[in-house]
Design a protein around this ligand. Structure first.
Ligand SMILES: [Zn+2]
Length: 364
């Protein structure tokens, strides 16, 4: 295309606050009145009382459906079948990334409105228009572009504050990479998820995402450790969920995300969360792009301050063959390697990871 347009996408409505679950019915009512709610045990339990009360106020009927555990083709088809045969007209996820991805995909398949109630702030799935698809055994399969964002994302920060602190910190790792990845993409005219050029708006939100984490990350972690909601926690939850979600799909991803998928196959690293791996891979990306001493120091320091990985040991990996293979997969076909203003051979990636590890151990 000669004149590719700039494109920016986002969820239709984003609601966040302590006790926001009490408003859920009011925001869902315009979408439909028969709601199928998918979630894991803890996601359903954390939202059950607030959901029931606010749904009753707005005459909404609901049915809870326990999530099968993987956002696989089979699980998506199962949920879509239940929604269809039960005559539901809204699909809702209450839980984490995989339950959300399944719900978004099933809703898109049926052409029904989708509401998302994240009960952890561990990743940037809630606001996005894509689902990560896994096999029934949990191995990564592919990214599914849905062509539409959720109609409603509602985050109750009191629920997030009560969730494990590791989830919040993981979300910071995922969100931290957003600005640095978008910046690389913007510089080379990268095409974003909706197939357009990156807008200034997406760049401004991505920048705000990083600035928010640097300023309030430690404060938010302390709040979560004490199960309390503070302005710092509110800001970081917004960064992890809204700013990061918009920033990655209306901006672009780069090495930090490409390499994190490769690393997920490394024994040991597999046990770590998406956001933890992305944080280590962001450090790798910064070394590869020869980021300034100031930037590298700042990001290493931030990771240390909130407990994100800075060494191979921190992600359960070590130098050697599996790590080399992860670098090869990342540098090979399909990755973002053709879209970067710096060398991205397997060797360059591997050496950068070793360099991160050395710096991380030095700072320990
Ligand atoms: Zn991510």
């Amino acid at each position: 295309m000669e004149n590719r347009p700039y494109i920016f996408i986002s969820p239709s409505k984003y609601v966040q606050g302590a006790g926001a679950i009490g408003e859920l019915g009011a925001h869902v009512a315009p979408l439909g009145d028969r709601v199928l709610v998918l979630g894991g045990k803890s996601g359903l339990a954390a939202t059950r009382a607030g959901r029931a009360e606010s749904f009753a106020k707005h005459n909404l009927t609901e049915r809870e459906e326990p999530f099968g555990g993987e956002s696989s083709e089979r699980e998506i088809a199962r949920v879509a079948d239940i929604a269809k045969s039960g005559g539901f007209n809204v699909l809702m996820a209450c839980g984490g990334g995989k339950a959300i991805d399944t719900t978004k995909a099933a809703a898109a398949q049926l052409g029904l409105p989708c509401a998302v109630v994240p009960t952890v702030a561990s990743n940037d799935s809630p606001c996005s228009s894509l689902s990560v698809i896994y096999g029934d055994d949990g191995t990564f399969d592919r990214l599914l572009l849905l062509g539409r964002n959720p109609d409603l994302v509602l985050v109750d920060t009191a629920i997030i504050a009560a969730a494990p602190v590791r989830q919040l910190v993981s979300g910071m790792g995922d969100a931290l990479a957003t600005w640095f990845e978008a910046e690389v993409g913007y510089g080379v005219g990268a095409i974003n998820v909706p197939g357009g050029l990156i807008t200034q708006s997406a760049m401004a939100l991505a920048k705000l995402c990083a600035d928010t984490l640097f300023e309030f990350g430690v404060g938010a972690k302390i709040a979560c450790e004490n199960n309390i909601v503070t302005p710092a926690l509110e800001r970081v939850v917004e960064a992890n969920t809204l700013l990061s979600g918009i920033g990655f799909e209306s901006g672009s991803v780069s090495i930090a995300h490409a390499l994190s998928s490769g690393l997920a196959a490394v024994p040991g690293a597999h046990e770590h969360t998406h956001g933890e791996l992305v944080a280590f891979c962001l450090l790798t990306q910064l070394i590869m792009q020869a980021a300034s001493h100031e930037t590298v120091t700042r990001v290493f320091g931030f990771c240390k301050s909130v407990g994100l990985p800075t060494t191979l040991a921190d992600i359960g990996a070590q130098p050697g063959e599996p790590l080399r293979r992860a670098a090869e997969v990342t540098a090979g076909g399909g990755g973002p390697s053709g879209n970067l203003p710096f060398p991205c051979s397997a060797r360059a990636i591997y050496d950068a990871m070793i360099s991160v590890d050395a710096v991380g151990r030095m700072m320990a």
